[in-house]
Design a protein around this ligand. Sequence first.
Ligand SMILES: [Zn+2]
Length: 521
Amino acid sequence: MYSLLIKNATVIDGSGKPGEILDVAIQGDEIVNIAKNINSSAENILDASGKYLTPGFVDLQNHSDSYWQIFDNPSLDSMVSQGYTTILVGNCGGSLAPLLTHEALLSVQKWHNLEAANINWQSFSEYVEQMSKTAFACNVASLVGYSTLRRGIVGDQIRSLEKNELAALKKALQQSLEAGAFGLSNGLSYAHEIIISELELFELAKIVKKYNALFSIHLRSEGGEIIEAVDEALDIAKNTEVNLKISHLKLRNENNWHKFEDLMGMLDTSYHQGVNVHFDAYPYDTVWQALYSYLPKWAIEGGRNIMLKHFSDPTQKNKILMHLNNSGVKFSGMQVASTANKLNFVGKTIGQIAKNLETSSEQAVLHLIANGGSEVLVFEKNLNSDQVNQIITHPLAFVGTDGAGFSANIKDKLVHPRCFGTATKFLKDVAASKAITLEEAIKKLTSGPAKKVGLKKRGEIKVGNFADLVLLDLPNVADKATYENPYQHSQGVNYVFVNGKAVVAEGKQTGDLPGYTLRRI
Ligand SMILES: [Zn+2]
């Protein structure tokens, strides 16, 4: 007797091959039979006539750790409700381990205030062990963040590493990979990674290659210097043969949009020359960003205290304002999503705040950064939606939320709607545009990212694989989250199974937490 039998679903198995009406039988956490008309008995039988059964979605660009949601909110509502059954965290240079010193944790402070966090691990292996004791709604895998490693060695200092420091960092990276990290992430545009040399990156990429793990890069620039930034990433992958994934690929600001053809051309050419490169993207034209990241590099080098000193020096402050003025960024239209303290600015545009303060939008930016803590996050609509669609449907693209699992009601804070609606918006958009087939779209959410990350027995509906499954009411699948009200679950996601257990049933979360902590080894 099976534990679950799903009957008459149109099975899209994730491989890209056309859907077919089949029955799928599950025993425990495993898919044990796939055939037409399975007539054995089962504890639970689900008639899925007219519905589409796909593998559970894999989000290889997730921040549920940096927002501390894996511990505060292990039901990861916004993820599972749109069909995600596995998330890869530790992205953009920040992971929650190893914590060589307490300062290592500052690498994720820009996303979440960790003062009240209860942390009882130091090494990556202790972290994975702690995670294994925690129940999550979906499976959780993690990269190791470069900023976390580096800050564990040099703390808040922003400088080149001494030989012995680099050796210590490489050792910590190796230990993390051996403890189950799926690869290394970099956040090259962030304050503590800006100065990392290509040579240092080469050294790390060589280690990652040795373990056949993932090398994930948040580019140094997604705007004015994007061509140079992609060139740097491709150069590393070409010379080390590392498995490269560029995070949240996009082209910011109207004055850079003309670089699109060159950008995509570079990626295509490199791939066809044998470079193992892919990228992820989300289907939205608005970014969610730390406000401080719009400041000139020199102003943020050295950390928050040095930055605040610059603000109080009239000459330096003027230089910063000039930079903001000349950046081509329209600050007045940006919307404040969250601040570290309650400033009542959430939901307001910077233009409105500037008006209230009787000052310019650029001055208001500095006011917000100085008074709102390091976590002032904003929404900025600065992407070209045609380019967003072309990027996400490109053969080298996977869908990645770059979001986190939030519950449906957080006060005083707006999160990007991509946290709730990435997969469902993507499916709705491609159904309308017909840019790619449904089977190709599902592959970008499932086996594509699963293979890239190196997940075993996940990403495809196949006998012997884990029973991570999604049942979709396809013509009705759509996102509902908006910038004004992001806390809205998608529609058309009827059932989500993680390791054979339902986390969503009849469109509602069950509260079950059957996710596993995954290790690369
Ligand atoms: Zn990033």
